[in-house]
Design a protein around this ligand. Structure first.
Ligand SMILES: *[C@@H]1O[C@H](CO)[C@@H](O)[C@H](O)[C@H]1NC(C)=O
Length: 262
């Protein structure tokens, strides 16, 4: 599998409609400074446009705030979703997402047909929006420290997707949290994790995570799975790769497909 990080530019192209593109092409050949200036002005206009929130689409805003913050695997879920659906089919009907920005991810998942979704937000929500507060009030999203057992019965969900959150846990806690993900799911769980060397969150944001992200290589992760007797889900891996290859999709995060406990 090719696990090469790709540029962020693709995401802007994919996720957002860019309304001012036409006006960015001047008729005559501009000086390099003029071009750079135009691009900057364009960028500000686009950001302004997205923030003005055409109809309160949480997706664009979440994706954009992550673009500013650097790579995030929570927002990578939006890109990976079509391929996850191909790989998991009916198992996408009861999904738990665990990770930062879970309100945005859960809202997006709830828009999918035949998908119920819940979320665990592992960190304090100091700036939650009205949508997020409503999800918490309804019990769809919970704020819970994932170093402790998850507040759900075994096999409560068909699929569990965890993004970014594990990068902040030491092996000692991973030893407890990973089996928990296998326990509360029935058809498997998926880990999205940053590549080593990838910048994830703004330094200012780091305090709330307790420790800086430790981005581990795929060899590290796979060894860790073996040690904890967690098996990779070969069928899902194959299906995901085939679907992704058809559209030349390359994730900016490492994606692991794992089996639930029997
Ligand atoms: C995690 O669990 C594995 C397997 O049981 C064990 O070998 C390893 O020492 C544990 N690591 C920590 C840091 O507790």
């Amino acid at each position: 599998m090719s696990r090469r990080p790709t540029g962020l530019s693709r995401r802007l192209g994919d996720g957002a409609s860019i309304p001012f593109m036409g006006s960015l092409h001047p008729k005559s050949r501009p000086s390099p400074f003029l071009s750079i200036g135009l691009v900057l002005v364009g960028a500000f206009l686009i950001i302004g446009y997205l923030y003005s929130g055409s109809g309160g689409n949480g997706f664009d805003k979440a994706a954009l705030s992550r673009l500013e913050a650097g790579a995030s695997c929570s927002s990578e879920i939006y890109q990976a979703l079509p391929y996850l659906k191909k790989a998991y089919g009916d198992s996408m009907h009861k999904v738990l997402h665990v990770g930062p920005d879970t309100c945005a991810v859960v809202s997006q998942l709830l828009k999918e047909e035949d998908t119920e979704a819940w979320g665990v937000e592992p960190y304090d929500l100091d700036d939650s929006d009205a949508n997020c507060r409503s999800l918490i009030r309804k019990g769809i999203v919970r704020v819970a420290d994932i170093k402790f057992p998850l507040p759900y019965r075994s096999k409560s969900f068909s699929l569990v997707i965890v993004s970014d959150a594990l990068d902040y846990l030491s092996p000692k806690y991973l030893n407890k949290t990973l089996p928990e993900l296998a326990r509360v799911s029935s058809d498997g769980f998926i880990i999205l994790s940053g590549y080593p060397g990838q910048r994830t969150f703004k330094v200012a944001e780091m305090s709330k995570f307790g420790r800086p992200a430790k981005l581990r290589s795929s060899t590290w992760w796979i060894r860790f799975f073996v040690q904890n007797r967690i098996e990779e889900n070969e069928v899902a891996i194959k299906k995901f790769e085939v679907a992704a290859a058809k559209k030349a999709y390359q994730s900016t995060c490492q994606i692991f497909h794992l089996k639930s406990f029997l």
